[in-house]
Each structure stands twice: as C-alpha cells, then as structure tokens.
Design a protein around this ligand. Structure first.
Ligand code: GTP
Length: 341
C-alpha cells in the first residue's frame, strides 16, 4: 500500500525558519517533523511517495541518510500543484488504495484503525476528523450518524456550523478518485475534488479519533508541539550533543553544539544546532535558528531568529523576527496552496 506525503509547501507562516529549510524538516525535539509521520505509518504501507517541490534536495538528502524500512520515492513536482494536483502527479506509483497525508500534522491518529473503518464502510474516500471548540477558521464536515460526510462548510460562524469536526488532514482514497483530477494543474483536493466525490458517489466518510492533533502551520503551534511532546514524555528539556551550559533552562529543546553562558535564563524555547548564547541573557517563548550568536545582556521574548544571524549585545527583541539577508528567490509573500485551513 502507498502513502503520498504532501511536503511541497513553502511554509510561509513559519518564516524566517523556512527561508533556509523545508518545513517538514523543522526539528521537533531534535527530530525532523516528517520523521514522526513516517514512524506512524502502518506496516501495510510499504511505499512512501514524497510530494515535494520547495527545498526538495534537503528532503531527499534526509531520506538518503535515514532508513525507515520503506521504499521512499521523491516525486518532484515541476511547480506546486496543490493537494489534488500532487496526488495526481503521483498516480504512476499508485497500485491500490492509498493515503494522502499532510506532512505538517502531528497527531494520535491510528492509520490501521482508519483502514479498517474505510474497508467496513466500503468507502471511496475516508478523511480523518478532529473535534475543535472553535470551528470558524476551518473546513467543517457535515457528517451524519453512520460517519458519512454529506458536505463541507468553509470557515462557518460557530452557530451555523454543521458539526464541530474539521478535516484533520489524512485521507484514505481508492485509486478511482484520481480520475476526478486533471493532470499537471493546480488542484485543491478539498475545494474541488471532495465536493464532486460527495455529490457523485455518496461514498465519502469521516473517521473520528481521539487523543491529540496539531497542525504545525504557525510559530505558536510549532512551539506548542514541542512542549506537548515533552509533557507526554515527562521530560523538562531535550538536549543535543556537545552541550555546554552555565545558565538555566526550563522547557527547552536544545540542538547539537550549543553553548549557554553565565546568568542566562532560557524558557519555553527551541534552540537549533551550533548556537552560541553568551552571558546574562533572557530568552523566552522564542526560537533561535542554527549558527546564531547572541551576545551579552540581551532579552529575546516571543521572537524568532533565522539561521546564521548575530544579535548584538544589549538587544531587546519582543514579538519580532530577525532575518537580515535577502529573501530566497521565488519564495512567496503569502500562502499559495492552503490545504485544509
Ligand atoms: P503556509 O505557506 O504557511 O501556508 O505553509 P504550506 O506551504 O506548508 O501550506 P499548508 O500549511 O497549507 O500545507 C499543508 C501541507 O501540504 C504541508 O505539508 C505542505 O508541505 C503541503 N503542500 C502545500 N501545498 C503543496 C503543493 O502544492 N504541493 C505539495 N506537494 N505539497 C503541498
């Protein structure tokens, strides 16, 4: 069985971290985001098709160096084709029913259980559903008692919402679904294809699950997933290799080769590899990209520092992001392929 993993987005809401790396390679407790998804795939998935575009060589390199015991195909889109377009572009690798999975969602969904549900319902398409309190930013499923989905409502007012279940970004599809998608065109599975399948076949189901679900689309959720997993593992901090620490840490993820000076306090933050943080510095709720140097007597609160930046002494950053280099060519200003939000 195959799984197509959507990993071709620019991740614009996570800039400047995504100016230099694919979003799916962002470290979560010092392990790339995409590794969590691959590790959650059932044994029945023996082939993984990575639908990539932006920073594809980084992703390819990661999978050359790391073996997950599955065949990995890097399927390079000539340009971002959207969720539907990317699935169609992978058609030649599909032999039977297959998953389409967003690479930026970390959750407790059990894909084996989802397969069982899909087979029992004789569905053409099953999507994962997650309950939220405030539905107004999401695509909300109109789901009836037996799990059948009869429609979606985009970003409804809370009082008009047909349910509190949102599309949680994992799809299990029969190969004939690909017949609905035009080749080599930007196609949104959610906006263009799913409504047609619902209308034409009525075999569209929603699989509800419990536990946790997080869409790592924004800086706030990127920080939160690190804290959530630390809490789950009951650890206070995660520390990489070659750590030299003369300061204090609380709820931090620290990469390799990090040095922290005297009287420096770091809380609820992520520090990437090769970072030097000098003396008498406060860092809270922030992310420091790789190869950065932060000099004495600085405060960095609710901020993100891109890779290879230097923060001079006595800097005060609050709600800021730092990137002093040219923006990479072709990097878009805004989201271009909103998938499920
Ligand atoms: P933003 O620019 O911040 O919205 O991030 P994004 O580019 O990752 O877009 P979004 O969060 O909507 O995408 C959800 C998932 O789909 C991510 O795993 C993306 O990598 C992936 N994705 C988005 N657009 C495309 C695309 O056109 N092709 C492929 N292959 N993947 C895509």
């Amino acid at each position: 069985m195959e799984a197509i993993i959507l990993a071709g987005g620019f991740g614009t809401r996570l800039k400047p971290l995504t100016y230099t790396r694919a979003k799916s390679l962002l470290p979560i407790l010092n392990k790339p985001m995409i590794a969590y998804l691959i590790e959650s795939l059932p044994n029945s998935v023996d082939k993984v098709i990575l639908a990539v575009n932006y920073k594809k060589s980084q992703i390819e390199e990661y999978f050359i160096k790391n073996d997950f015991g599955k065949e990995i195909i890097v399927n390079d889109e000539p340009e971002p084709l959207g969720t539907g377009g990317a699935a169609k572009f992978a058609e030649k690798h599909i032999s039977d029913n297959f998953f389409v999975l967003n690479s930026d969602i970390i959750c407790s969904l059990n894909l084996d259980q989802m397969i069982k549900f899909h087979n029992k319902k004789k569905a053409l398409s099953t999507i994962s559903l997650w309950p939220v309190e405030n539905v107004s930013e999401f695509g909300v499923a109109d789901v009836i008692e037996n799990g059948k989905i009869i429609g979606f409502v985009e970003k409804p007012n809370q009082e008009d919402a047909p349910s509190n279940f949102i599309n949680a970004g994992a799809y299990l599809l029969e190969p004939e679904i690909l017949d609905y998608i035009e080749s080599n065109k930007f196609v949104s599975m959610e906006k263009e294809i799913f409504p047609q399948i619902i209308k034409n076949t009525g075999k569209f189901f929603g699989y509800k699950f419990e536990g946790f679900w997080m869409d790592i689309g924004r800086i706030s959720s990127y920080l939160s997933i690190n804290f959530l997993l630390m809490n789950q593992k009951k650890i206070n901090n995660i520390i990489g290799e070659n750590f030299v620490n003369k300061g204090s840490l609380k709820q931090c993820s620290i990469g390799n080769n990090v040095k922290i000076g005297e009287k420096t306090v770091i809380e609820s933050s992520i520090i990437f590899d090769n970072v030097k943080i000098c003396d008498n510095i406060v860092i809270k709720n922030s992310i420091i990209g790789k190869n950065c140097s932060i000099y004495d007597n600085s405060n960095i609160i609710n901020s993100v520092i891109g890779d290879d930046e230097t923060i001079i002494k006595e800097s005060n950053l609050n709600n800021n992001y730092i990137w002093n280099k040219p923006i990479p060519e072709g990097y878009p200003e805004k989201q271009i392929g909103n998938v499920i939000k």
